[in-house]
Ligand binder design. Sequence first.
Ligand SMILES: *Cc1c(COP(=O)(O)O)cnc(C)c1O
Length: 372
Amino acid sequence: MAIRLTKPFTDEDELREIAGVLASGHLTQGPKVAEFEAGVAKVVGCEHAIAVSSATAALHLAVSALDIGPGDEVVVADFTYPATGNVVALRGATPVLADIDLGGFGLDPAALEPLLRDRTRAVIVVHPFGVAAPLTDIARLCGGRGIPIIEDAACAIGATYLGRQVGSFGAMGCFSFHPRKGITTGEGGMVTTNDNGLADRIRLLRNHGAVKSGSSLAFVEAGYNYRMSDLLAAVGVAQLRKLDAILTARRAVARHYSAGLSDIRGLRCPLEPEGAVHTYQSYVILLDARADRDIFLACLRGQGIECTIGTYALHAQPFFSQSYGYVPGQLPQSWTAYNQTVTLPLFAGMTEAEITTVIGGVKEAARAALRA
Ligand SMILES: *Cc1c(COP(=O)(O)O)cnc(C)c1O
């Protein structure tokens, strides 16, 4: 049987919670969403947590709440899921792509600095694969210029930097509860913030731009329907109770992997930068330049081990290169990461035997990839 890339960690608790919502007859945003929001606010350590339908919706609301639009620039970490940059384009603003550091795969402060200009209205920092970007240096650069930071913490619930939860550093944090993330609601997202004004605006835009007016509603701006259903929030409430156990289990698998993989030629295990606690939403290895990644992936898959690339270099995607004139390879670190990273299977509940199989499979794949 194949070893899956990921498997959500659920049990009767989620079923019980869903059954409760079905029995209540209240299926759209309601009391379970409020309960889930309060739980996430507590974990992240923010005043407000606003549940939405996905991290993409969360990011879209974040740039919308800042009134980012045509003529504005938003600096976006280049090595990420395209949603991070798409939301800027959807506002009619220009995503300015910034290179990363190959150590933790996060935004490189040295690459960020020259991109901060008069038209820069925000910086979207990504916490790749569940580990924080270098927030102190980035916050110093942005804070001095009054530029708000949006944290794309889609992968990183529970990750900390200098002892503080990600999603609580910037003006807003955006989380995902897609099944590939640390905890899941099937689909779902959350915006976290300590800013009352931004929180009000996000709640307004999440729900059609509607405010209560007497016995009905008044629609004060063109909003979205980005609400989360109580059915999905019920899953989130149950998942949140497991968060610590899931993160502990994931870190244990990662430790096993790093012990077993560290002396294999041709690859590098994920790093945990100084001050950061990694949650291993993905365990991503970096292959040497001379290793053939296609052969590596094919060899692992051939052994029944699911695997995939790390993530995307936005500047090399057709939309971003055609719209904004980037040439593939222009951001060299991100380009290397895009071409030479591999995500290995990792989930809570993985057996020792599965871990051993993956380590053996990687040895084999590395040999094949270097021979090519
Ligand atoms: C998964 C992911 C997203 C998108 O999350 P959805 O909830 O699927 O919209 C955005 N940014 C990053 C970095 C991601 O990993």
